[in-house]
Design a protein around this ligand. Structure first.
Ligand SMILES: NC(=O)c1ccc[n+]([C@@H]2O[C@H](COP(=O)([O-])OP(=O)(O)OC[C@H]3O[C@@H](n4cnc5c(N)ncnc54)[C@H](O)[C@@H]3O)[C@@H](O)[C@H]2O)c1
Length: 357
């Protein structure tokens, strides 16, 4: 696998995006191209069948590969790696914590080491506000001690620590702790709170919370996550190297029932109900001031009100069906379980056959 031929002249930076086929990757890659960067995608293709709409934007080429199989030679010639390829939420990580450790922790650290050996100068890692753990709704910033409650969150903490240890005068890792993301992507995820509530509102004309709606969550639009990554690629090294940033905005911390209210406003005529507490004890409010201080040009542009209205327009345009919303293609846990149960994926999450479902 040689990517050297992709190193165009005239592009700003040569960027390798892992997880390019995913929810964030499918929004990030076209935006990087639009900004003049040369982009190569890598993805094993777990969710490639989940294509919700045509994005109307050029896409880079995506090489089908597991990041665990990349060699340093595959990473040569790139200025930056944006690393999104992991098992991407808490329930997925709980499926098999040992595999989560192998893919998310070990896989990411090995990738970072190979990138450093290959001369890559910037490594942008998609971490998560999940590292803040349970909490009682108290405020967290980058200096708050992490309190990981799941294998997924623990791996994020471990990757941040270990990859930071690889930093040298050339290799600059940057850790972006994203809030829970919302908004449209061609490889849509309906397992994210706002996207899920909007999908329910559209397909069932009902918003039923499976919890009492009291936990706090910070939210961020996928386009704002993309802009934050873009800003990190070209930010002054001294401002960002080895740094951790919460990605979102301090005003956008919500209790889940407030998110439901906003969705109900965007989808008029829905029934609205809350359930009993579902035992999910994650509740945290997050401060995002550091990002705004270090990157003064960056500000989140999207509110959840605007995001919910945008989703309603999208669902109307594509006529979103219950099958699309409830099916496995846009819910990470369902798709991964399907691939495992049908023997297409081996328990170690390598493909059993060449065909990708
Ligand atoms: N979406 C969110 O709300 C959110 C919030 C915080 C952090 N993050 C992090 O951002 C990153 C991207 O999230 P997303 O929502 O786009 O997830 P996603 O599941 O949609 O995308 C992840 C992509 O990585 C690929 N992948 C997984 N393991 C791989 C491997 N071993 N080799 C190659 N490809 C592999 C998958 O096929 C998928 O296309 C993840 O690390 C996630 O933990 C996401």
């Amino acid at each position: 696998m040689v990517f050297g031929s992709l190193l165009d002249c005239g592009a700003n930076m040569r960027v390798l995006v892992t997880g390019c086929d995913g929810y964030i990757g499918s929004r990030l890659a076209p935006r990087l191209l639009q900004a003049g960067h040369t982009v190569q995608g890598i993805d094993t293709g777990f969710y490639r069948s989940g294509w919700l709409y045509e994005p109307r934007a050029p896409f880079p080429s995506i090489h089908t590969s597991d990041v665990r199989d990349l060699a340093p030679s595959n990473l040569m010639g790139f200025d930056a790696v944006v690393h999104l390829a992991e098992l991407s939420n808490d329930p997925l990580g709980q499926l098999d914590p040992d595999i989560t450790e192998k893919v998310n922790h070990r896989g990411s650290c090995q990738l970072a080491l190979k990138a450093r050996d290959a001369g890559v100068s910037r490594f942008i890692y998609a971490s998560s506000c999940s590292v803040y753990g349970a909490g009682t709704g108290d405020w967290k910033d980058e200096n708050s001690p992490p309190d990981p409650r799941t294998a997924y969150a623990q791996c994020k903490v471990d990757v941040e620590r270990d990859v930071l240890g690889l930093m040298d005068e050339r290799f600059a890792p940057i850790f972006l702790r994203n809030a829970t993301v919302f908004g449209p992507s061609p490889r849509m995820r309906f397992d994210l709170v706002l996207n899920n509530l909007a999908g329910l509102a559209w397909t069932e004309r009902a918003i039923r919370l499976t919890s009492d709606g009291s936990p706090w969550r910070p939210l961020v639009h996928v386009a704002d996550v993309v802009e934050a990554i873009l800003a990190m690629l070209t930010a002054d090294r001294d401002a960002v190297a080895g740094e951790t940033f919460n990605v979102g905005s301090t005003e956008q911390n919500y209790q889940v029932r407030d998110i439901a209210d906003v969705v109900a406003d965007a989808f008029p005529g829905c029934e609205f109900s809350v359930g009993p507490s579902n035992g999910d004890d994650r509740s945290y409010r997050v401060k995002f001031d550091k990002l705004a201080e270090r990157i003064p040009t960056f500000r989140c542009q999207w509110s959840i009100e605007r995001g919910a209205a945008e989703l309603r327009e999208l669902f109307a345009r594509i006529n979103l069906t219950t099958e699309q919303f409830q099916g496995r293609h846009h819910t990470r846990l369902l798709q991964l379980k399907h691939l495992l149960q049908t023997g297409q994926l081996r328990p170690d999450l390598y493909w059993a056959v060449d065909a990708i479902a």
